[in-house]
Design a protein around this ligand. Structure first.
Ligand SMILES: Cc1ncc(COP(=O)(O)O)c(C=O)c1O
Length: 451
């Protein structure tokens, strides 16, 4: 039995009516990947208000690693809601926040003593990680990467590297930010090839320290172990450790932004584990809360304790409903089965994507770590000119054919797969078949180049 069931034109009449109201009531700055309104969701299946059933390959942007409406999450929420929904951890604390901090300290990389700050969103966690790093080191500077995405609040945006739509018009941005190229080997900033390059991008840091900034003024480097919004760019293994060793030499802290890579997405609980990297501060969010707004900064105890009482906080930080959901998420991960499944899902997507690369000249690069798979589309394999319009067409067509997909990349030309890790092989194959048909349709368009 296929999972997908499309009953109406996409969007259907109810979605269209809601979209008209939405345009009248909600600012256009909030955008949507697909034009259909959700009515319910279960596992990998998302049903819209017109009764169409889609396979959700976006998972609410990597939030639903354990699937929609997980039974344990729903039960935990009901139980917590009946007890209390808010006291404010800064007014009357509650045990579930403390237990969650204890559990996160155990499952995150790093064999040192840790403490955890819970907040509401990835961006808020980034802001706090930087505040803690600055306070603890007494240094103002932050080193970050081109093609990075760390969120939409003002410091997070200062270390984000995509002008439109994120940065244009929203400045001024924070000072003391130093930006260097990421290990984006498909588009290497230095025109080099791995492994002959010997990580020229990391070696270039010392050059930056001579030309642009005294390393003694830099508090931390903030790095995504795999670029998320920047295009699912998978650095060669060794990149993070090389980076960490240059930073450590200069007393620069390492902040790993695992907001999108965490909770099994890359075939390990956290992506840093692929290299045995123990970041000083680890930022996580998205799948931590199983759909509830929750994020965390987990770090070396002595760094986390640097700011004084009241220096860190917020009304809703570590809300009890979100904590209850997160405990259910951690329970779900306990057996290790979902993390193992992540690698199998990724292998299955990659096998199909390699076949697409044989068949369709528009496929420029296929990248993967665990189930985090990106397919970069280009007009020509020689010029690597980004195929943004074709990527948008594929996302639209996939939705019309029953798959919710999203794009990524500085050039908007990467199709990214963020399927819940509870997806079955049949559901995965059904969705990938849709993707094949969309690629074929785009390849046969007269406007498509390079094939
Ligand atoms: C790597 C990374 N960091 C930070 C963020 C910001 O998280 P939030 O949207 O919860 O503020 C995101 C969101 O996509 C992300 O992918």
């Amino acid at each position: 039995m296929p999972a997908i069931s499309i009953q109406t034109a996409i969007p259907g009449p109810r979605s269209r009516a809601l979209m008209r109201r939405r345009h009248a009531a909600v600012p256009r700055g909030v955008s949507h990947a697909v034009p259909v309104f959700a009515a319910s969701a279960d596992g990998v299946r998302l049903t819209d208000v017109d009764g169409n059933v889609f396979l959700d390959f976006a998972g609410g942007i990597g939030v639903m690693n354990i699937g929609h409406s997980d039974r344990r999450v729903v039960e935990a929420l009901k139980n917590q809601a009946e007890r209390f929904t808010h006291t404010c951890f800064a007014v009357a604390p509650y045990e579930s926040y403390v237990t969650l901090a204890e559990r996160l300290a155990v499952i995150t990389p790093g064999s040192f003593a840790k403490k955890t700050l819970l907040v509401n969103s990835g961006a808020e966690a980034i802001e706090n990680a930087v505040k803690i790093a600055r306070y603890a080191t007494g240094r103002p500077g932050v080193l970050c990467f081109e093609d990075a995405f760390h969120g939409r609040t003002l410091f997070a945006l200062s270390v984000t590297s995509k002008v439109s739509p994120y940065k244009a018009g929203f400045g001024p941005y924070a000072a003391d930010v130093l930006r260097v190229p990421y290990a984006y080997c498909y588009r290497c900033a230095y025109g080099r090839t791995f492994p002959d390059c010997s990580f020229a991008c990391v070696a270039a840091l010392e050059d930056q320290f001579k030309r642009h900034a005294d390393p003694k003024t830099i508090a931390a480097v903030i790095v995504e172990p795999v670029l998320g919004e920047g295009g699912f760019v998978v650095p060669p293994l060794g990149f993070l450790s090389e980076l960490a060793s240059v930073c450590r030499k200069h007393g620069i802290l390492v902040i790993a932004d695992e907001v999108q890579t965490g909770f099994g997405r890359t075939g390990r609980m956290f992506a840093c584990e692929h290299e045995g990297l123990e970041p000083d501060l680890l930022v996580t969010a998205k799948s931590l809360g199983g759909g509830l707004p929750l994020a965390a900064v987990v770090g070396r105890a002595e760094l986390m304790d640097a700011p004084g009482p009241g220096g860190l906080g917020g009304t809703y930080i570590g809300n009890p409903l979100a904590c209850a959901a997160a405990h259910a998420v951690l329970d779900r991960f306990e057996s290790g089965e979902l993390v193992r499944r992540s690698e199998a899902i990724g292998l299955r997507i990659e096998a199909r994507a390699r076949a697409w690369a044989q068949q369709f000249g528009i496929v420029g690069d296929v990248r993967r770590r665990g189930a985090m798979v990106g397919v970069e589309l280009v007009h020509s394999r020689e010029t690597k000119e980004p195929a943004k319009q074709e990527t948008d067409d594929i996302i639209r067509m996939a939705c019309e054919r029953g798959v919710v997909l999203i794009a990524a990349g500085t050039f908007g030309n990467v199709v990214r797969f963020l399927t819940p890790l509870v997806i079955t092989d049949d559901e995965l194959d059904e969705g990938l078949e849709v993707m094949t048909s969309c690629l074929a349709a785009v390849a046969s368009q007269p406007t498509a180049h390079g094939h």
